[in-house]
Design a protein around this ligand. Structure first.
Ligand code: PEP
Ligand code: MN
Length: 364
C-alpha cells in the first residue's frame, strides 16, 4: 500500500472537540473556544456507539448542520465517526472534511467493508481507530479494505484496547501494538487518543508525553466547554483552557541527533540491551525445559496440565517482585500470561507427540 498523508507536515497534529455533539450551542461554543488553537481538525461524534442501550446515542444526522456551521463560521475542518454506509452518505452530503472509523467498527470486517464500498470513487481522508480487541491484523485489514476501495489518504488513531478487570486505564494502551503498526505501515500518520486510553483527566498529560516520546505525529483529545456536564464520557473530557495548558506542557523530541557522543552512548546501550535480550530468551528456553519435565511427571500421575492454584500463587509473587522493581502490573500480567500460555502449549505438545508415537508403536 502506498498510503498518503491526511495532514500537512506541521507537527504535532492535534484533533480536539467534544466526545459528542449535544446541541448547536454546545458545538458552536466548543468550536469557537478552539478556534486559533492550532488544531488540525475539530471532532464531534454524531452517532455514538454505546456499550449499553439507554445511554445517550448521539444526536444523529441533525448534527451535520452544526458541523457545517462550524466550518463556515470558524474555518475549522471537521471530523465525525461513521459506522454505516448511511452515515457515510450523510457526511458526504454535508461536506464533512475527514471521517473516522471507531474502535468497534474496525473490529467488524463487515462494517469496514460496507464503509469502504460506500467510499468507492470518493476522495475523502479517513482516520482508522484501532479495533477494541488487541489484534494488529484486524487494524491493518481495515486499512487494506479502505485502500482497495481507492481511499488513499489514511491515518491511524491509537485509542487503547479493552481489557477485563481493574486497570489504571479505561483502555489499555498496549503501546507495542501501535509500534508494530508503525513498522507494518511505515510513514503512516498516527495520533494517540489519550482520552479513550485514560478515561480520566489526571493521567492525560503523562500519556500524551509518552506518545510524543514514541514519536507519534499527534493527539486526539476530547474537549468540552463544560466537561462535568457532558452527556457522554464526562470523566475524561477537559475544558479548552485545560487543553491549551496540556499541549503547552508537552515536549516534542527529535527523531535523532548526529552528535557523535550521543550516537556512541546510544550504540553502547543498544549493544547491552541486545545481550540482555539474548539472555532472556536463553532463560525462557531453560524454563521451558523444566516445564516439559513437569509435563512428563504430571502425565505419569495423570494430573491436569493447568494448575490454577499454582498460577495464582506465581502471579502474586511476580506482581510483588515487579512492584519492587518498578515494573507495571500491566506488564507483569502480560509477561506472565505469555509465558504461562507457552508453557501449557509445550506440555500439551509433549503429551500429544508422546501419544502419537506410542500409538505408532502399537501401545494401548
Ligand atoms: C469516540 O472517539 O468518541 C469514540 C467513541 O471512540 P472509540 O471508537 O475509540 O471508542
Ligand atoms: Mn468519547
Amino acid at each position: 500500500m502506498s498510503i498518503e498523508p491526511v495532514f500537512s507536515p506541521q507537527r504535532p497534529i492535534l484533533v480536539a472537540g467534544p466526545c459528542a455533539a449535544e446541541s448547536e450551542s454546545q458545538i458552536m461554543a466548543a468550536a469557537r473556544s478552539l478556534q486559533g488553537s492550532g488544531i488540525a481538525l475539530f471532532r464531534a461524534g454524531l452517532w455514538k456507539p454505546r456499550t449499553r442501550p439507554g445511554a445517550f446515542e448521539g444526536v444523529g444526522a441533525i448534527g451535520l448542520k452544526w458541523l457545517q456551521r462550524v466550518r463556515q463560521e470558524t474555518g475549522l475542518s471537521v471530523t465525525t465517526e461513521v459506522a454505516t454506509a448511511q452515515h457515510v452518505e450523510a457526511c458526504l452530503t454535508y461536506s464533512v472534511d475527514v471521517l473516522w472509523l471507531g474502535a468497534r467498527t474496525t473490529a467488524n470486517p463487515f462494517s469496514v467493508q460496507e464503509i469502504a464500498d460506500a467510499l468507492r470513487g470518493v476522495d475523502i481522508p479517513v482516520l482508522v481507530k484501532n479495533p477494541v480487541n488487541p489484534d494488529l491484523k484486524l487494524w491493518i485489514g481495515a486499512f487494506e479494505r479502505l485502500y482497495s476501495a481507492g481511499v488513499r489518504r489514511l491515518a491511524a488513531v491509537h485509542r487503547g484496547f479493552s481489557s477485563y478487570g481493574d486497570s489504571m486505564y479505561r483502555n489499555a494502551p498496549r503501546w507495542q501494538i501501535a509500534i508494530d503498526l508503525m513498522q507494518a505501515l511505515p510513514g503512516i500518520e498516527i495520533l494517540c487518543d489519550i482520552s479513550h486510553i485514560c478515561g480520566r483527566r489526571d493521567t492525560l498529560a503523562e500519556t500524551a508525553q509518552k506518545a510524543y516520546d514514541l514519536n507519534y505525529d499527534g493527539l486526539m483529545v476530547e474537549v468540552h466547554p463544560s466537561p462535568d456536564e457532558a452527556w457522554s464520557d464526562a470523566s475524561q473530557q477537559i475544558t479548552p483552557a485545560e487543553f491549551q495548558r496540556l499541549v503547552s506542557t508537552l515536549v516534542r523530541r527529535a527523531l535523532t541527533n548526529d552528535d557523535p557522543d550521543f550516537l556512541a552512548s546510544l550504540e553502547n546501550c543498544r549493544r547491552a540491551i541486545d545481550e540482555i535480550d539474548e539472555e532472556i530468551i536463553a532463560l525462557i528456553a531453560r524454563r521451558m525445559e523444566l516445564v516439559r519435565d513437569i509435563g512428563l511427571i504430571k502425565k505419569e500421575k495423570n494430573v491436569a496440565v493447568l494448575q490454577p492454584e499454582r498460577f495464582r500463587a506465581l502471579r502474586e509473587a511476580l506482581l510483588l517482585r515487579g512492584q519492587k522493581n518498578e515494573l507495571s502490573q500491566e506488564f507483569i500480567t502480560l509477561l506472565l500470561e505469555a509465558i504461562h500460555q507457552e508453557s501449557i502449549n509445550q506440555q500439551e505438545r509433549l503429551l500429544n507427540t508422546q501419544r502419537v508415537s506410542s500409538e505408532r508403536r502399537g501401545a494401548p
